[in-house]
Design a protein around this ligand. Structure first.
Ligand code: SF4
Length: 255
């Protein structure tokens, strides 16, 4: 199974060469979001462990960059990247081998842990996720591991924001189930203070209906004063040759 795939055209990051630090057949994640394009979570866990080694990532990246051009290396893939216990080392390896900035897409679930914040701090760009404003909606939309608390995650995000020197972005995935709470969600996002907020809705195959452009546009005023990007309005760069095409097809999530 490909550890490195793409580059794919990302509305947030440009030509993004993916690294999957989990790289398993099923989906290993601390959440089981109702809109997830990867299907049901096969292992819901908060236990960090090593799935792929630095050597494996270094080898795969060396081969990939001989064949493709990219703007950024992005840690994402078949689950939650912060579950990789060696994420910090993998980020450093990826930057050294590729000479490119490194981004991590995370669901924010483990940012309450010091060691996870330290690992993420090694990236140039961190894109977290915040789709809800309280525990009840958290259970409905993100269906988290039983040990996770929404309040603790928000505290962790604030601590991370305070110490991170790179670009910190927060994605809000909007679906019919949280559409009526966009104002409350915006207030929490405002209190965290990311550099950029990305309003998204599931445009890839998903069990949940995406919002229409009009619905997403109506929500934007709740986020007034924050730097905002919306999936319907963002331009996507063109990409040339690719590696790991099967993986790109499987993930169905180019960004
Ligand atoms: S956090 Fe991401 S990978 Fe995990 S279930 Fe939610 S959408 Fe899927």
């Amino acid at each position: 199974m490909a550890i490195v795939y793409g580059p794919v055209s990302s509305w947030r990051l440009g030509r993004s060469l993916g690294v999957d630090p989990i790289c398993q057949r099923g989906k290993i994640c601390s959440f089981d979001c109702i809109y997830c394009s990867l299907g049901p979570t096969t292992e819901k866990t908060v236990e960090r462990r090593i799935f792929v080694t630095e050597d494996q990532v270094a080898r795969a990246l060396r081969q990939a960059i001989k064949k493709v051009e990219a703007d950024v290396v992005t840690f994402s893939g078949t689950g939650e990247p912060t579950l990789a216990k060696n994420l910090g080392e993998l980020i450093e390896t990826a930057r050294e081998i590729s000479g490119l900035p490194v981004a991590v897409l995370t669901n924010s679930s483990l940012q309450s842990r010091r060691e996870v914040r330290d690992d993420l701090a090694k990236a140039d760009v961190v894109k977290g996720k915040l789709d809800v404003f309280n525990d009840q909606l958290f259970q409905t939309i993100n269906r988290p591991h039983r040990s996770l608390s929404f309040q603790e995650i928000v505290k962790g995000l604030k601590k991370f924001r305070a110490g991170f020197r790179g670009s910190f972005q927060l994605e809000v995935m909007l679906v019919p189930e949280n559409l009526g709470f966009s104002r409350e969600i915006a207030e929490i996002v405002r209190s965290i203070g990311p550099d950029e907020v990305q309003l998204n809705t599931p445009l890839r195959p998903s069990p949940v209906r995406p919002l229409t452009p009009q619905e997403l546009e109506r929500v934007q005023s709740d986020f007034e004063g924050m730097k905002l990007r919306s999936v319907y309005l963002a331009a996507k760069p063109k990409v040339g040759s690719m590696v790991g095409k099967d993986k790109v097809r499987r993930l169905k999530r180019p960004d």
